[in-house]
Design a protein around this ligand. Structure first.
Ligand code: FE2
Ligand code: FE2
Length: 345
């Protein structure tokens, strides 16, 4: 079963119309899609906040992941759709690189790279959303938070797995070690995305993938599309590695706060399991991801060092904006979702 997705503008509307048909029958609509995408990009949109283009990108990646939109499997490698995706990706990457200065780079040895990434993530403003959740969030806000996170977390670890065949040696072994935990180490009920589904059900939410795509803003989609772009493009393999390292390094402490917030409102272990699991697991993952994955890759491929740092900083930057969006809304007494009533009624 896939979720129903509502278009957010002419590009996503045309894409959904294309996908309702079969590749052989849609030449006119595909041509229109290309034209509308070029038009939209010529207006210099901010990809981090552009609802129409972010939704388009999410749906296009959904053809690769599956379970996102009902469409013929043959659409995955359709040249016109790959071209459309490439046009949006290039602009998205360009804008991210413009906004994220690399700063000084460390030496390309494993210890220096790990130390640099730990320092970057440590100076990352602190977990203010996490503190709000631990101390003040209402039950409705907790549900909203879970809805926001569901876009990535119901596919947790998948965007980084695209990098496995792109790596070799120490970095590959490290990535597989982390991912094995993310996928339950042989026990399906321990797959992190499935543990998160229990959290969703415990809050009375729909755990179907994408059930809440319509409800989240562009910046939430951007967090997931960015890591998908990094994972699905070989040229960005340094960035996806840096992204995972930063993600793991900023996970353990906030997850303790999140778990406490749910416990404060009386939720049991079934709901908090996901958060409690990450307090322990990510304290280990951050070490492997920092030294062996990111550090190991930089040692073997020093030319990828700038992109490793870029990926780490992009993770902090975009997830920081997504978190700030939620916090700003709550502090103003508003909802962080596009339409509150429809989701949490
Ligand atoms: Fe995880
Ligand atoms: Fe992890």
């Amino acid at each position: 079963m896939t979720a129903r997705i509502t278009p957010r503008g002419p590009v996503s509307e045309t894409l959904l119309a294309v996908l309702a048909g079969r590749p052989a029958d849609e030449t006119d609509t595909l041509e229109r899609l290309g034209r509308l995408t070029r038009d939209a990009l010529s207006q210099d949109p901010d990809l981090l906040t552009d609802d129409d283009l972010q939704l388009t990108l999410l749906i296009l990646y959904g053809l690769v992941y599956g379970d996102t939109v009902d469409a013929d499997d043959d659409w995955e490698w359709n040249p016109a759709l790959i071209e459309t995706r490439g046009m949006i990706e290039r602009r998205f990457e360009e804008q991210l690189r413009q906004r994220i200065p690399l700063g000084d780079l460390p030496d390309a040895d494993a210890e220096s790279v790990a130390r640099h990434l730990f320092a970057l993530t440590a100076e990352d403003g602190g977990p203010s959303l996490a503190r709000f959740i631990a101390k003040k969030a209402t039950r409705e806000q907790l549900a909203e938070f879970v809805v926001q996170r569901s876009i990535y977390t119901r596919k947790e670890a998948d965007p980084h797995s695209w990098a496995i065949p792109r790596l070799t040696g120490r970095a590959k072994a490290a990535l597989v070690e982390v991912q094995s935990d993310e996928y339950g180490a042989g026990r399906p009920q321990r797959i992190h995305a499935e543990i998160f589904a229990r959290t969703m059900r415990g809050l009375g939410l729909d755990d179907t993938y994408g059930a809440y795509i319509d409800d989240v803003p562009a910046i939430t989609l951007a967090s997931f599309t960015m890591m998908s772009m990094f994972g699905l493009n070989r040229r960005l393999r340094g960035a996806i590695v840096g992204h995972l390292a930063a993600f793991e390094m900023t996970s353990s402490i906030p997850n303790r706060f999140y778990g406490n917030g749910f416990r404060r409102l009386g939720f049991d272990d079934d709901v908090t399991w996901y958060y409690d699991e990450h307090v322990e697991a990510d304290a280990v993952h951050e070490q492997i991801a920092g030294r062996d994955l990111a550090g190991g890759l930089a040692e073997d491929h020093p030319e990828l060092l700038p992109d490793i740092v870029f990926g780490a900083k992009a993770c902090l930057f975009v997830d920081g904006l997504a978190g700030q969006h939620v916090l700003d809304a709550w502090e103003a007494g508003a909802s962080s979702l596009r339409e509150r009533a429809a989701v949490l009624a």
